[in-house]
Write a new protein. Structure first.
Length: 291
């Protein structure tokens, strides 16, 4: 990294979203959407505990998250000379709500019918949502944004990392999760969330032609479903036959599923930039002030 005097110039700000992978978001999502890892392949049962696990496992990871965040703070400050006040950390958007604000799962295969092994369990999703609520609270404790009685004692970050944890974008997502349909056309939107398939006679696509898929069109949901990912990118697993039954689920899960849409990223960015401007503008005013 070099000595401070060898750096090209001071870093203005750092923008980051961090912590989700540390507690195993992908494993939690697999837990919510599948009955078992072996739904996809017998060999998956052997590694099921590492690709699919319950919130109880994630809570173990969360208990050491403060130590990892302390290491991150030290690395940014010692290695790059970045003061904590110049770090902007976006909290995570809720993915679990439909257009009414209820937990997804009332229609278990909505947006997931790309493979018969995918089915959203409302009970398991509620377990995951309960963990995510606690996880977001822990992020506030670790950053120092929250210092209430719900924060555990003895966190490695002490009074907090001092990072700017941005949370004001979260309300915009509470009725636009992965299963949310446009309230003004809920039935039609639900039909459009299905994967098109050829009719039994092979003459037409139902409920619509895949040629009509518009990956970047605006949707009420702010997260890509496995169906969206399959139709947009259709990533294949190398070394696996194109006709293997696993290819659709691979394409559905590894082509951007469960990630925010472009509109969702824009919403987060709009909120983040307001906080960044407050710091950068203050610095610029100080630099340009008469001596």
């Amino acid at each position: 990294m070099g000595l401070p005097q060898q750096r090209k110039r001071p870093i203005d700000v750092v923008l980051m979203s961090i912590g989700g992978n540390d507690v195993g978001f992908s494993g939690l999502l697999s837990y919510s959407m599948t009955e078992s890892a072996s739904d996809f392949a017998p060999i998956a049962a052997a590694v099921g505990s590492s690709i699919r696990f319950s919130p109880q496992v994630s809570r173990v990871y969360m208990d050491v998250l403060d130590e990892r965040m302390k290491a991150l703070k030290d690395a940014l400050q010692d290695g790059f000379g970045i003061a904590p006040a110049r770090v902007f950390q976006s909290s995570y958007e809720p993915i679990q709500y439909d257009e009414t604000g209820a937990i997804c799962g009332a229609q278990p295969t909505l947006g997931l019918d790309v493979h018969p092994g995918l089915k959203l369990s409302k009970a398991r999703l509620q377990e995951t949502a309960d963990f995510l609520r606690d996880f977001l609270g822990r992020l506030e404790c670790i950053s120092g944004k929250s210092k209430g009685g719900s924060c555990p004692a003895g966190l490695a970050t002490g009074a907090g990392t001092g990072f700017n944890l941005v949370t004001d974008h979260i309300p915009e997502f509470t009725k636009r999760g992965m299963c949310a349909r446009d309230p003004k056309r809920a039935f039609a939107d639900g039909v459009a969330m299905r994967v098109p398939r050829l009719s039994p006679n092979g003459e037409e696509w139902r409920p619509y032609s895949p040629a009509g898929t518009t990956p970047y069109a605006r949707h009420w949901r702010l997260f890509r479903t496995p169906n969206d990912a399959f139709l947009a990118a259709h990533t294949h697993r190398e070394g696996m036959s194109l006709f293997d039954i696993l290819q659709p689920v691979w394409a559905g899960l590894y082509s951007g599923a469960i990630h925010p849409t472009a509109e969702a990223h824009a919403i987060v960015a709009d909120h983040m930039v307001k906080h960044v401007r407050a710091v950068v503008d203050k610095r610029d005013l100080a630099a340009n002030a008469p001596q």
